[in-house]
Design a protein around this ligand. Structure first.
Ligand code: URA
Length: 265
């Protein structure tokens, strides 16, 4: 059992153990984190092949894995149709975020938009309203877009890397990002924007398949996916709210966005 899974199980108050006679590897793991089972299903009888528990410790009900830590998603077909895709996402249970969300947050904007903005994941306001970027960061994003003649009402489609709110506004975990990958990819395929703007490190790293810091990803024009869609990276508006002095650099990025869209009209 890897350290992360052990920690997760222990955080749930579930004692963990390792078979002494177990081979060094390999347990087949579902490629995408299975939806978390209800609490009762976490309790499984010990299979007969397990060694007896130590005499001093009362037998513990263990050991169905709560979350598979896999990060490589199995092929998962999604419909190439906006309505069917939205409906599939609304009932999604591909990762544990489905347990804590109020609702999924699919995306907003005209499906003919030449500009696509990709954020990280819904926060509390978005989870409550079902629309991306409606909180304070969203207001700033709207101002940034307005500064370059863009808006979610007219010519910009806004979506997130993950469609469900990570609890406590933590970063989405790798299995959650991978679980949502086919949805964002299909949104990009259906929209075929002339430009994608990735807001913040999580969106940039997801789109560019990179673990470089944001400071290294900002600047150059990147390309994404089978359409080789141009991608610029800039600061997340939530970060700009915390670090307003970076707004000048963000303005440099927005000017490049404006120029690129004008040049490709
Ligand atoms: N932050 C994001 O990345 N996305 C939202 O939808 C809201 C806040």
């Amino acid at each position: 059992m890897d350290g992360k899974r052990k920690q997760r199980l222990e955080a749930l108050g579930i004692e963990t153990w390792v078979r002494r006679d177990a081979p060094a590897a390999v347990v087949a793991v579902p490629a995408v984190a299975a939806p978390v089972a209800p609490a009762a299903a976490l309790v499984a009888p010990l299979p007969p092949s397990r060694p007896p528990p130590p005499a001093v410790v009362a037998p513990q009900p263990v050991l169905q894995p709560v979350v598979a830590p896999a990060v490589v998603a199995a092929p998962f077909e999604v419909p190439a149709d906006w309505d069917a895709l939205r409906s599939l996402v609304s009932g999604c249970q591909r990762c544990k975020l489905c347990q804590t969300r109020t609702q999924t947050v699919f995306g907003v904007g005209p499906i003919t938009a030449p500009l696509m903005v990709v954020g990280e994941g819904p926060g509390a306001d978005e989870d409550a309203q079902g629309e991306p970027f409606v909180g304070r960061a969203g207001k700033l994003l709207d101002e940034m877009l307005r500064a370059i003649g863009r808006s979610r009402a007219d010519n910009t489609y806004i979506a997130n890397v993950v469609k469900c709110r990570p609890p406590g506004n933590r970063d989405p975990e790798a299995d959650e990002v991978e679980g949502c990958r086919p949805y964002l990819d299909m949104q990009i395929q259906l929209l075929q924007p002339r430009l994608i703007v990735a807001l913040g490190r999580i969106a940039a790293q997801r789109l560019l398949g990179s673990d470089e810091p944001l400071s290294r990803l900002r600047g150059p024009l990147h390309r994404y996916g089978k359409f080789q869609t141009p991608v610029f990276v800039t600061y997340h508006p939530a970060y700009l709210l915390r670090s307003p002095k970076e707004k000048a650099k963000s303005w440099d990025d927005l000017k490049k966005v404006w120029q690129h869209l004008r040049a490709t009209e």
